[in-house]
Ligand binder design. Structure first.
Ligand code: FAD
Length: 368
């Protein structure tokens, strides 16, 4: 889209043009709203493209579509990350959604009843601002990573693409969530591999087409309708889901063990340039892959609109003390699937309903 198309005060600006921003764009378009999606990447779908080469999504194609456009694949298949990126890339054109690429919003602030987003000397102004920047903006790594000898190749999972990035010799994969398990299984084909940590849990069914047909509808139902902030059980588990890795979905500990991976305790620190495990063992490795997750990075948002740098008081993404400010796609924003493809359309539709009315303190409060 041409920047010259953007003039005056927008009704709504969406910061982040991944699946969350696009799904919301779809609903705003249906309401004929004057909105703009700003995204730092040059192409829609890049967030998926930038993940490791062999990644396939865990969710079957029947749950991977955004509103109005079912995912074009056998419903029981698991698309590759590039299939998904391609699908997302075609989405804005299909629904005529205005996306401005290669714009990293460096600052978002309020000026009177408007929001101002600025980037590299340019600015956009809107009555509503939606933060849809995903959950993988800031890789999380322990401070002691800096103490590893420089000869050790270190990568965060967000930098890992394939085993070709590694040097010969053993690999330590730190963290046994889904990324750690999948990457561990891949690198063990070319390198002696240790995976450190304990999984939160393991999905008690074998991942594949049969699970897509019979188990995933149940898992999706639980994630969408039972584990929500509207149920006692949902409220109870929400903090756990926010702070712990997801249960292992496809690659389980038995698959790792069968493939020859050594499962070891968590990494506790570094001793003389090498990782030391919680049981005191010092492991000599040539490569370390940190599959230690991500943290929020809202440093570009005016702190007055946040709560100590974190999400402000909000309900289903509607900021309660900051009329016109919205969030979408964060972990357990409303339900266990709020940050995933099966959950994003419902959350986006809800927000579109909330930002379709003139925003005042009263209407923000009525979101509860
Ligand atoms: P993103 O896709 O991260 O999009 C956010 C966009 O905002 C990005 O383009 C980013 O560049 C942009 N942005 C960020 N900050 C700014 C800024 N300041 N200014 C402008 N633009 C900005 N979910 C599933 O449903 N099924 C799966 O199988 C699945 N597998 C996953 C595997 C991995 C390895 C990971 C990390 C996640 C997976 N997810 C899966 C979870 C989720 O679906 C993805 O993380 C998805 O990319 C989230 O979409 P999003 O739109 O919320 O964020």
């Amino acid at each position: 889209m041409n920047n010259n198309d953007v003039t005056g005060t927008l009704d709504t600006m969406i910061i982040g043009g991944g699946q969350a921003g696009l799904a919301l764009g779809y609903y705003l378009k249906q309401q004929n709203r004057n909105f703009l999606i700003l995204d730092e990447n040059p192409r829609t779908g890049d967030a998926w493209r930038q993940r490791w080469d062999s990644l396939r999504v865990f969710t079957p194609a029947k749950y991977d579509g955004l509103p109005g456009a079912p995912f074009p694949a056998d419903p029981l298949d698991f698309p590759t990350k590039d299939d998904l990126a391609g699908y997302l890339e075609g989405y804005p054109a299909r629904f005529d959604l205005p996306v401005l690429h290669s714009v990293r919003v460096e600052r978002l602030r309020r000026e009177g009843d408007r929001f101002i987003a600025s980037s590299n000397g340019r600015r956009w102004e809107a009555h509503n601002a939606v933060v849809a920047t995903g959950t993988t903006q800031a890789p999380k790594m322990p401070g002691f990573a800096a103490e590893l000898w420089p000869s050790v190749v270190q990568l965060h999972s967000s930098e890992y693409r394939n085993p070709g990035q590694l040097q010969p010799g053993p690999v330590l994969v730190v963290g046994l969530g889904n990324s750690g398990a999948e990457i561990g299984l891949e690198v063990c084909r070319t390198h002696p591999t240790l995976v450190s940590g304990t999984p939160t849990a393991e999905l008690p069914v074998r991942h594949g087409r049969t699970a897509a047909r019979y188990a995933f509808p149940v898992v999706r139902f639980l994630g969408l309708h039972v584990l929500t902030l509207n149920t006692p059980i949902g409220r109870k588990v929400a903090p756990v889901f926010k702070s712990h890795a997801e249960p292992l979905i496809r690659t389980k500990t038995k698959h790792l063990a069968a493939a020859g991976v050594r499962l070891v305790p968590r990494v506790a620190g570094v001793d003389s340039g090498m990782p030391i495990l919680a049981d005191g063992t010092r492991v000599e490795v040539s490569n370390v892959i940190w599959c230690t997750g991500f943290k929020d990075d809202f440093g570009w948002i005016d702190p007055e609109m946040l709560d100590g740098g974190a999400l402000p008081r909000q309900w289903r993404g509607v900021a309660l003390d900051s009329p016109g400010l919205f969030f979408l796609g964060q972990r357990f924003l409303y339900s266990e699937v709020s940050d995933t493809l099966p959950g994003i359309s419902r959350d986006a539709r809800y927000l579109a309903g909330k930002i379709s009315v003139p925003v005042t303190r009263e209407s923000a409060a009525s979101a509860i």
